[in-house]
Design a protein. Structure first.
Length: 221
């Protein structure tokens, strides 16, 4: 019998993928409570939601409330939004790793985080290197159940204007058509698909820990 009293934590529910994930969890009868940790409110009134408006860089100070069955980490910024490398790393590395450490110490069983295709601690590309170091630090916590999603370019329309990204997405719609075989993992992926895959992984067994974009797409369809 499937549980209908689960509690989930979402980090990044005000973002594109996190917002879609929240919407799906609110309509999923398996979840009784959704705890949101963010700087700003999602402005949704729902009895399932428990909002904690905090400074995510000081997550450890809110350890007492960081309890759940599952943590979904959808935190991420961009170089344009956060040009300072030090601040960038505090967000893309610091927040997910702090969340993993607090979750593990609180006995959370499942941790699912969005990384990026090409992430590697050995990469010479700063963005990929930070993501790779984050992945390694999360895995060091040795959760009973942990999944690291590595999507390619995420499609969809964001609230904030990202002109360069918008143009690139238009180009990728054409490029996607020729990405076949082993190159399929580089195709643009819909944020809805990522959200669906995260929920599926939280409620099922899956052999792999690091999941590249094409496999995320298969899980989320």
């Amino acid at each position: 019998m499937k549980r209908k009293d689960k509690t989930a934590i979402i980090l990044g529910a005000t973002g594109l993928t996190g917002g879609l994930l929240l919407d799906r969890l609110l309509h999923d009868e398996r979840y009784e409570k959704i705890k949101l940790f963010s700087r700003s409110s999602v402005k949704i009134s729902n009895p399932k939601i428990e909002e904690h408006l905090i400074d995510l860089l000081k997550l450890e100070e809110h350890k007492a409330n960081f309890t759940a069955d599952e943590v979904f980490c959808c935190i991420g910024t961009t170089k344009k939004k956060t040009p300072d490398n030090e601040i960038y790393k505090k967000i893309d590395y610091g927040i997910p790793v702090a969340a993993a450490k607090v979750a593990k110490s609180n006995g959370v069983n499942t941790f699912i985080v969005i990384s990026a295709l090409g992430a590697s601690a050995k990469s010479t590309v700063f963005y990929n290197k930070v993501k790779g170091e984050m992945e390694d630090a999360v895995l060091e916590q040795k959760f009973p159940k942990v999944f690291i999603l590595q999507p390619s370019l995420i499609g969809g329309e964001r609230l904030e204007k990202r002109t360069g990204e918008w143009i690139f997405k238009k180009v990728m719609k054409v490029v996607d058509l020729v990405l076949v075989g082993s190159l399929k993992k580089y195709r643009t992926i819909a944020p809805e698909t990522i959200a669906e895959a995260m929920i599926w992984l939280a409620n099922n067994e899956y052999a792999q820990t690091k999941i590249e974009s094409d496999k995320i797409k298969a899980l989320g369809q």
